[in-house]
Design a protein around this ligand. Structure first.
Ligand code: SF4
Length: 489
């Protein structure tokens, strides 16, 4: 049966992607460490969570279910998942009748479905050649139990005829096109590899003399591990009883790290290239104030929490006062109870409650980090006006989102995007705001302090950096009939 989605998503911009975690640490409670690693990565996916562990008895045990990390695992589950190594996954998924099947880690047992080796796999990203790979595996009679492109990677590795996992990875990874930050475990070793463009993040850490990997450094912080470095684009690291190895599997690709990780996806306390994102997001707000000042304004407020850091930067740079214009209910995202006719008219108040004592009679700058469809933003403007705001000037610390992402983010369709086919003035009119301004792409890269040539910004620019994306776009039309190509891992 299809699982009902919450009536409000925690973050209403682009849908989050996924988070992955892996650890080898005999003598530690690895499943518990994976649990807390995933807990720190919860913002990357709230629909399902899973952990696989192994050690001692030589079997991989997997537990995964729909729900938040704290809902999926209870104390006795973590005890049952003991062992020396573990991997984990949190996922954002689209609706569907087989959502549980699409939760991860994917577990392929030896001797079943054409498998030659047992493994568990967790993936963040989206393959753009999933249709071809899937067709070729099916031709070989290889079976699938899910409709996620992540199982294609798992199937390629589990069924590969090579003697060792290292050889299988070296042969399979160059055949994958798209975005893939992937963690795989056998019963005695963890492998982590990243696509040659490095679209999605993956970092390496150390817990005492043991190793771990995670989508973001905040997951290392929570378990007391030391952040060492990023897993390099095209690199595969592995660790287990035999020690640590690193090998470059694919080299020479144009780097294309997702610029939206800086703006929105990653947690503000995570590091990208050694800089904490909180600092970068503050700079985005400062540059936005320089690029799009509001001389008539007398107060800066944030859309909490997504716009909070940029709002502080905007206020700092403009010399304007800053205050909280809303109180946010942080728990509303997970209510499955529909509000009913009586409460429906209050709409977003379930999530944001404006403070008339702060906003009435003021000319407001309202800062948020992105607008995709604009439905939430329109209601926010309405709420502020009915709370007595004199003017509402929206300032967005990202450029307009006009194109879909083919690398693992559900951005809605072009037609649903408020910036699609509209000028900035038309967007302001559509949202009921006095003015709207976005941070320029140049401003984004100034804040990041790294060149555009090393990033993907396709959802803003329409320039897709990975070879094969344009050809693959046509095939996305077939997702409905060939769900194996569905993104969202
Ligand atoms: S299209 Fe946008 S969200 Fe997708 S990888 Fe590129 S920058 Fe990130």
């Amino acid at each position: 049966m299809a699982t009902p989605l919450p009536i409000f998503d925690e973050r209403e911009g682009p849908r989050d992607e996924c988070g992955v975690f892996g650890i080898y640490a005999p003598g530690h409670e690895v499943a518990r460490l994976a649990y807390f690693g995933l807990y720190a990565l919860q913002h990357r996916g709230q629909e399902s969570a899973g952990i696989a562990s192994a050690g001692g008895d030589g079997y991989i045990i997997t537990q995964r279910a729909l729900g938040l990390v704290s809902q999926v695992f209870k104390e006795h589950d973590l005890r049952a998942l003991g062992g020396d190594l573990a991997i984990g996954h949190v996922r954002y998924s689209t609706t569907g009748s087989n959502e549980w099947e699409n939760s991860q880690p994917i577990h392929r047992s030896a001797g079943m479905g054409g498998n030659r080796r047992e493994l568990a796999l967790a993936h963040n990203g989206n393959l753009i050649n999933a249709v071809e790979l899937h067709a070729s595996l099916r031709e070989q009679g290889i079976g699938f139990s899910s409709t996620s492109d992540s199982e294609i990677i798992a199937a390629l590795l589990a069924t590969h005829p090579a003697e060792t996992m290292d050889e299988a990875i070296a042969d399979v990874v160059p055949r994958l096109q798209g975005a893939y930050s992937t963690v795989v475990m056998t019963k005695d070793r963890v492998y982590a590899f990243r696509d040659p463009a490095g679209v999605r993040p993956l970092v390496l850490g150390k817990l005492e003399d043991r190793w771990c990997v995670a989508s973001e450094s905040c997951a290392l912080d929570i378990i007391g591990a030391e952040y060492l470095r990023e897993v390099r684009p095209g690199e595969c690291v592995s660790f287990g009883a035999e020690g640590f190895t690193s090998e470059m599997i694919v080299e020479g690709a144009r780097p294309a790290f997702c610029v939206f990780e800086h703006i929105y996806f990653a947690r503000p306390d995570s590091r990208v290239r050694d800089t904490v994102l909180q600092v970068i997001r503050g700079r985005m707000g400062e540059i936005l104030a320089r690029e799009a000042p509001v001389p008539s304004a007398d107060l800066v407020i944030a859309v909490p929490d997504s716009g909070s850091t940029a709002a502080r930067g905007f206020a700092r740079a403009s010399g304007l006062l800053q205050d909280d214009g809303f109180v946010k209910n942080r728990y509303v995202a997970r209510t499955f109870i529909q509000p009913g006719q009586e409460l429906r008219k209050h709409g977003l108040r379930l999530k944001f409650n404006p403070l008339p004592e702060i906003v009435a009679g003021r000319r407001l700058v309202v800062v948020d980090d992105s607008i995709v469809r604009g439905n939430t933003t329109r209601q926010i403007v309405e709420m502020l006006r009915s709370a007595g705001a004199l003017e509402v000037h929206l300032r967005i610390s990202a450029p307009p989102v006009r194109h879909p992402c083919h690398y693992g983010i559900d951005m809605h369709t072009r037609e649903e995007m408020i910036a699609h086919g509209r000028t900035v003035d038309e967007i302001a009119q559509e949202l009921g705001a006095d003015s709207v301004a976005y941070l320029s792409l140049a401003g984004v890269y100034e804040a990041i302090g790294a060149p555009r040539e090393q990033h993907c910004d396709a959802c803003f620019s329409g320039e897709y950096p990975l070879e094969g994306t344009e050809e693959a776009q046509g095939k996305f039309a077939f997702e409905a009939v060939l769900p194996m190509a569905a993104p969202g891992s």
